[in-house]
Design a protein. Sequence first.
Length: 253
Amino acid sequence: MSNSVIELIQQHGSVRNYKPDSVSTDLIETIVAAGQRASTSSNLQMYSVVVTTTAEKRIQLMALSGNQAHIGQAPVFLTWCADLSRLERVCKLQGYPHESGHIENFLLATVDVSLVMQNAALAAESLGLGICYIGGIRNQSQAVIELLNLPRLVFPLCGMTLGWPEQPPRIRPRLPMNAVLHWEQYQPDDRSQLLAYDQAMLETGIYRGRQVSGGEAKTSQEYGWLEHSARRVSKNHRPELRQILIDAGFEMK
Ligand SMILES: Cc1cc2nc3c(=O)[nH]c(=O)nc-3n(C[C@H](O)[C@H](O)[C@H](O)COP(=O)(O)O)c2cc1C
């Protein structure tokens, strides 16, 4: 069973090679408007997006996001932010205290941002544009906050490159569906499913050349999804985030 929306979704691949051609303001606004149609917790719309098109600022964002070359190459960089500052103003207007510092508020905003981003990503892809999410934007969050002039209660959760793909993206296999789909009650995935997926990812060659990244050297047959993922989650990345979030007003009470 398929249709044009499902086909579009199935063709998704992150784009990391862009043509130099610009993306019009009209297209960017169309994409953000599509993002805004996403469902949002209690219609609170706890997000904002900062669009960066000037080369100088894109290069600065690239430097702050782990020097990923495709950030400098893409004509547009979108910084998707959790934004509780608007509701601070709403509370002031209505004469209520703003209980912004609770974990629940951060979760609400994080889910809202995720939905907006993904709607926008699909809209972009439907127009022939390519995107790549950039978690690297949290490498140096405080510097990004300052560069983009983000006020208190606004936090840059995720970046996104946007532009015209140089070539169609590679489609990465996903986990077998029965590893993620549970009927009625949770069933842990079994080892054979994970090994099969590891093999499928090895065959794409996507991890080739990464056998020494951040750990003991492995042969290319040993460095697949299992090794990649285990290495990724075996370290505490960005430990400074907790304090930066607290300083930005997200106290996680
Ligand atoms: C929240 C998030 C952050 C990501 N950050 C980066 C990033 O900093 N750099 C990058 O090249 N890709 C990044 N990606 C892209 C993922 O690597 C990619 O989605 C994943 O490997 C699956 O590949 P696909 O999107 O091509 O299917 C990110 C994806 C998500 C959802």
